[in-house]
Design a protein around this ligand. Structure first.
Ligand code: FMN
Length: 321
């Protein structure tokens, strides 16, 4: 993405469980142009079995052709991480992302996601095990890059400097910082002061993530952080998948949105998940997308209430006008 100051910023699509699926990623890249990286929603290592069908679909190379995809792993067990990372490397992936940000109670109570940040010594041991494990294995294989997506801590941003010291001991490929703590969930504002600390102190390159909802937000961020090189967008891009695609007339914007919508809908239909599930997935997208269509509240309500795909499609037609 070129900003007004003609600085080039790398842009990533954030992982969002249930939303940034391979169907979504492909449609986004096809209609609006490829971003620099796309992260999969988190995958978890399974002790007794291999991938679930849904997980396998996410990472099959045939489903991700021509798109720079980084699979994300959620775990606090080094053995499980290494095994799954090895399988993903065999699929051809060169980078794996570790999820240290998920704030959900079920994940955190098991000491995973942002819950792992509450036990820095264990996190340190985990990272030590995975990097020494990878080193042993990589004599025969190409190097696998490990990046981290993290929050600032569990309770307080003051936990972050210590975590940053730990990250700095390892050759991370990249550090993605969503500057909130677990207990914020998505409330309060991202703590940009702590992001600045990461920019100043991190040994590896840093990517900013959090609350960049509009192009104006992106520009303001770039002005505030002239050294920033990479941003990751989640909800803002879901709301407006063309957010980073440059200026468009209202007409063109709508036409492309429509084309994008068709591709996503078709993609889910082809997955044979059943109409009810397709409907559910499309409704989930409109929770964000409807904000891009001021004045379309009525159609938005109809989409929400739709019981069948036919009802859904009629409601969506109202949006395109
Ligand atoms: C519905 C939903 C699902 C998410 N799933 C994941 C996930 O699988 N892995 C992850 O690291 N973050 C996940 N996140 C967090 C986003 O990647 C991102 O960090 C967060 O939304 C903040 O960025 P934003 O303000 O640009 O949306 C999820 C967020 C939401 C709202």
């Amino acid at each position: 993405m070129n900003t007004n100051s003609s600085r080039t910023i790398k842009t990533y699509l954030a992982p969002m469980e249930g939303i940034t699926t391979y169907v979504y990623r492909n449609a986004q890249a096809a209609v609006y142009g490829r971003l620099d990286k796309y992260f999969t929603p988190f995958l978890e290592p399974h002790e007794k079995r291999s991938f679930k069908k849904r997980e396998l679909q996410e990472i099959l190379p045939g489903n991700n052709r021509g798109i720079p995809v980084v699979p994300q792993i959620l775990t606090n067990r080094a053995e499980g991480f290494l095994e799954l990372a090895g399988t993903l490397q065999d699929f051809g992936y060169q980078e794996i992302n570790l999820n240290l940000g998920c704030p959900s109670r079920t994940v955190v109570s098991k000491g995973k996601g942002s819950g792992f940040l509450a036990v820095p010594e264990e996190l340190d041991r985990f990272l030590d095990k995975i990097f020494s494990g990878l080193e042993k294995r990589q004599t025969a294989k190409e190097t696998l890059g490990i990046s981290v997506k993290t929050r600032l801590g569990m309770e307080s941003p003051e936990e972050f400097p210590r975590l940053l010291d730990i990250f700095n001991q390892y050759p991370l490929k990249e550090l993605i910082v969503h500057p909130r703590v677990q207990k914020d969930y998505y409330n309060n504002r991202p703590n940009r002061g702590m992001y600045r600390l990461a920019e100043q102190k991190s040994r590896t390159s840093v990517c900013y993530n959090g609350d960049l909802f509009t192009y104006k937000d992106v520009e303001e961020f770039c002005r505030e952080f002239p050294e920033a090189q990479t941003i990751m967008l989640g909800r803002g891009l879901i709301r407006n998948p063309g957010l980073l695609a440059g200026e468009m007339t209202e007409q063109e914007k709508k036409a492309r949105f429509r084309q994008f919508h068709e591709l996503v809908l078709e993609g889910y239909r082809k997955q044979e998940m059943g109409d009810r599930n397709v409907l559910f997935k499309m409704k989930e997208l409109w929770f964000y997308q409807i904000q891009e269509f001021p004045g379309a509240e009525k159609a938005g309500k109809r989409i929400k209430k739709a019981q069948t795909l036919a009802e859904y499609e009629t409601a969506v037609l109202e949006i395109w006008g």
